[in-house]
Design a protein around this ligand. Structure first.
Ligand code: NDP
Length: 314
């Protein structure tokens, strides 16, 4: 019987045992070392990036398993309709949710602000810090990241308002608002965490009026994607509302330096996209392991997880 071919574009430093189990079911070849004939026969590709040339070299692909949870960087118009694309949602939800809570606490307790003053020898106090317990937090996006954020926020005694398309009934979600009522979700909230994917429905979903729906001294944390927020509206809102804080790990393009103007604002707390794989190599290895697990499901004839609905992107 002709063995199926799985192509891995996962870097050279991933230990063999992370995906060894795939070899029981298919020939596993590394993208950089694959022969043209192996690429031509490839049925599954595991990768972060995908070019038109890749698709031309691999005309028999049935499944593309993306390494990241976000799939907004793909050129969707170039991917044939009969190829199934899976995201890697859930592969790094724990560290990303931890990062969201770290940004939330840093903003609420004004850690960067007071730390800078203490470093310069100024130990005076001129701003109050927030208490989380009893306050309303809107969690936008209830995938694995948003659900974990909601759970942690509930453990801190916050009132959790979830926002997604499908309602959820977990005990750590006190209220729910469905898409497209994003203003209702943010209304009066002191805190918000954005854990949304960037797709054609969520792009620029948060503009000036949505920001204005929150408390003027509120805190918005973004660990999803920058493009969910309108950058010009955000900058204008932050200038008009100096007591509001925007704390973010994500930006509007792959070149973060393009958003130095935002990071320089006094009411912004910024980290350079370190919540997930770029922050810790262990997280990257877990993402590869999680992706391989889904490919294994496919090779065993089981249903795939995280199949992306391409109509969200086209
Ligand atoms: P998912 O991407 O699977 O979660 C998506 C969630 O967003 C679901 O709850 C979905 O709701 C909701 N959603 C999608 N479209 C809409 C919409 N139009 N309106 C309202 N809700 C919507 O999983 P993750 O939680 O793992 O990841 C979320 C995002 O976080 C990723 O897409 C990625 O962009 C980003 N990310 C950032 C990282 C970082 O390093 N900072 C690392 C990892 C991910 P429903 O189920 O009801 O459709």
């Amino acid at each position: 019987m002709v063995r199926r071919v799985v192509v891995l574009n996962v870097g050279e430093n991933v230990p063999e045992e992370t995906y060894a189990v795939l070899r029981e079911h298919a020939d596993v070849v590394h993208y950089g070392r694959a022969e043209p004939e192996q690429l031509r026969r490839a049925e599954v590709l595991v990768t972060f990036r995908l070019s038109r040339e890749d698709l031309e070299m691999m005309p028999n692909l049935k499944v593309i398993q993306i390494l990241s949870a976000g799939v907004d960087h793909l050129d969707w118009s170039s991917i044939p309709e009969d190829v199934v694309v899976c995201s890697n949602a859930g592969s790094n939800a724990v560290p990303v949710a931890e990062h969201a809570i770290a940004l939330l606490l840093a903003a609420a307790k004004r850690i960067p602000y007071y730390h800078e003053r203490c470093r310069s020898g100024d130990f005076s106090r001129d701003k109050t810090v927030k208490v989380l317990q009893g306050s309303v937090i809107a969690v936008l996006g209830l995938g694995p990241i948003g659900m974990r954020v909601a759970e942690l926020a509930k453990a801190l005694g916050m009132r959790v308002r979830g926002f997604a398309r499908r309602p959820r009934s977990e005990p750590f979600i006190d209220e729910f608002r469905a898409y497209p009522d994003v203003r209702g979700a943010l209304s009066g909230a002191e805190f918000a965490v954005l854990a949304l994917p960037l797709n054609r429905h969520t792009k620029n979903m948060i503009g000036y009026e949505e920001l204005r729906a929150m408390r003027s001294d509120g805190v918005m944390v973004n660990v999803g994607r920058g493009g969910v927020v309108s950058k010009p509206d955000l900058i204008r809102f932050l200038r008009d509302n100096p007591d509001f804080t925007y704390a973010t790990d994500v930006y509007w393009s792959g070149d973060i330096s393009q958003d130095a103007d935002l990071a320089a604002l006094p009411n912004v707390i910024a980290t350079p996209w370190i919540a997930g794989a770029f922050g810790n190599p262990r997280v990257y290895l877990e993402m590869v392991r999680h992706a391989a697990e889904n490919v294994l499901r496919y090779l065993r004839g089981e249903s795939l997880r995280n199949v992306v609905d391409r109509s969200d992107y086209l």
